[in-house]
Design a protein around this ligand. Structure first.
Ligand code: GLN
Length: 295
């Protein structure tokens, strides 16, 4: 069998067993095992594959055919153009979270150009429920003066996040802390002005009654701890908001990713001392609450 035939038959096999899986997954699995990129897979399509390689590929194809997310099989996922290591201990970074990232980058760039940070200083950010560290690490990579506190209740998730910071060369500017929401930062001497300029939060926000209705790949494989947000999904945000108020500087921002139908309740939780804006994702769903701490 050659590469091209293998991709075709593995793609077909997975599509028949797992809706949504297919040729792209076959290419990713082959690429993961051989190190070949997609261009090479096409260019060298008529190269024969050895029985040994086929044996290595087969169990990975079976896992994907059985519904396991591709990212857990290859151990990585792209987010904002960067490759992140993932494991079943962390939620797989989602494309819709790029909305939070873009808004955070806009806000911090504006702060960096308008505020007089001391030489060598820059914005101070907290990423709450950091998971794989995708948000924290991307911020540190893209804004080279930013200092990030990356907090998660799961020690196993923090291990993954730590590795991602090291892979992307920002371990020196991202601190990883195990704990609940912003609690570990209480009483800590934060960099810069001693307060946070921005809090980014992609906390669990799926309402508990909706967990059984999630797609099988999410429900059966991703950590429920990273998804279940209580009865209406907003339990953790209710606790986070007052904590963020206490730690943010005046003019600081709290960014919270939400799910469909949650913007209204979020607006009622955030009282009049916050200036609130709700942004939609590319699919037109309300996805991000931007709350500014008024001066
Ligand atoms: N967007 C995720 C999902 O649809 C939920 C992520 C979260 O709860 N933070 O599965």
């Amino acid at each position: 069998m050659n590469i091209s035939q293998w991709l075709h038959s593995a793609g077909k096999y997975m599509t028949e067993r797992c809706p949504g899986a297919g040729r792209i997954d076959a290419e990713a699995i082959m690429g993961h095992v051989t190190g070949l990129d997609r261009v090479s897979l096409y260019r060298d399509g008529d190269c024969a594959i050895t029985p040994g390689l086929e044996d290595t590929l087969r169990p990975l194809v079976e896992r994907r055919a059985g519904g396991e997310p591709l990212a857990y099989i290859t151990g990585k996922k792209e987010f904002m153009g960067l490759d992140f290591e993932v494991s079943p201990a962390v939620l797989i970074p989602r494309p819709e979270t790029e909305l939070l990232m873009e808004k955070a980058l806009d806000i911090l760039k504006a702060k960096m150009s308008s505020m007089d940070y001391e030489v060598g200083q820059g914005p101070v950010v907290a990423d709450v429920g950091t998971g794989s560290g995708a948000i924290a690490v991307t911020l540190a990579v893209m804004l080279d003066r930013t200092r990030v506190y990356s907090i998660d209740a799961s020690g196993a998730a923090l291990e993954v996040a730590r590795r991602n910071a090291a892979i992307h060369g920002v371990a020196g500017r991202v601190s990883f802390i195990e704990g609940n929401l912003l609690e570990p930062l209480n009483g800590m001497v934060l960099g810069g002005a001693g307060r946070l300029d921005l809090v980014a939060a992609n906390l669990p926000y799926v309402p508990s009654p909706e967990i059984p209705l999630l797609m099988a790949d999410v429900r059966l494989y991703e950590p429920v701890l990273a998804l279940d947000g209580g009865l209406d999904g907003l339990d953790l945000y209710r606790r986070l908001i007052p904590q963020a108020w206490d730690l943010l500087s005046a003019g600081g921002y709290l960014l919270m990713e939400i799910g469909p139908g949650q913007a209204g309740i979020m607006q009622s939780i955030l009282d009049g001392k916050w200036a609130v804006e709700v942004l939609q994702d590319l699919a037109g769903r309300e996805r991000l609450v931007v709350a500014a701490k008024k001066h």
